[in-house]
Design a binder for this molecule. Structure first.
Ligand code: NI
Length: 171
């Protein structure tokens, strides 16, 4: 079990685009396991590799409630192939923007295509919380954060708060 440190904004790696994974080898399997360990430890329901400073296109999720059997999901090179027409509003948070939660509008259904840990191609339809989580985590692979969907006023307030904290910590 290896828990890796989670990057916090304004770390520049959270704004970079991650690279596709060429082969699902032992290194990727270890990375996926570390990501799950890190996510469960946080605790969180989703984590993308850039959040631990690894610029690769892989995300992990688990939406099982506390006390339920864990249902870990690992998506390699994930891509949303279809967005539904309906919109849902959900309160989101992010391990890289700790202790804050804001409502975000997103399509309520998505179809996602990805490679699993066995190297197999999977296509999955998702709705509800899973659809939100998939969109949130996949955004991380392109350097997009959920606060980017907030009003400029709210987003700037969040960014300022963490810029200030980073400056204080660097002193
Ligand atoms: Ni996040």
């Amino acid at each position: 079990m290896a828990i890796r440190p989670i990057l916090i904004i304004p770390d520049a790696r959270l704004r970079a685009v991650a690279d596709p994974i060429v082969e699902v080898d032992e290194e990727i399997k270890t990375l996926a396991k570390d990501m799950l360990d890190t996510m469960y430890d946080a605790p969180g329901i989703g984590l993308a590799a850039p959040q631990i400073g690894v610029m690769k296109r892989i995300v992990v999720m688990d939406l099982a409630a506390e006390g339920e059997t864990p249902t870990p999901l690992v998506m390699i090179n994930p891509e949303i192939t279809k967005f539904g027409d309906e919109i849902q509003v959900t309160e989101e948070g992010c391990l890289s923007i700790p202790e804050l939660y804001y409502e975000v509008e997103r399509p309520s259904t998505v179809t996602v295509k990805y490679t699993d840990l066995d190297g197999k191609e999977v296509t999955k339809d998702a709705d509800g919380k899973l659809a939100v989580c998939i969109q949130h985590e996949l955004d991380h692979l392109d350097g997009v954060l959920y606060i980017d969907y907030l009003s400029r006023l709210k987003r700037d307030r969040v960014i300022k708060k963490f810029d200030k904290q980073a400056k204080l910590a660097a002193r």
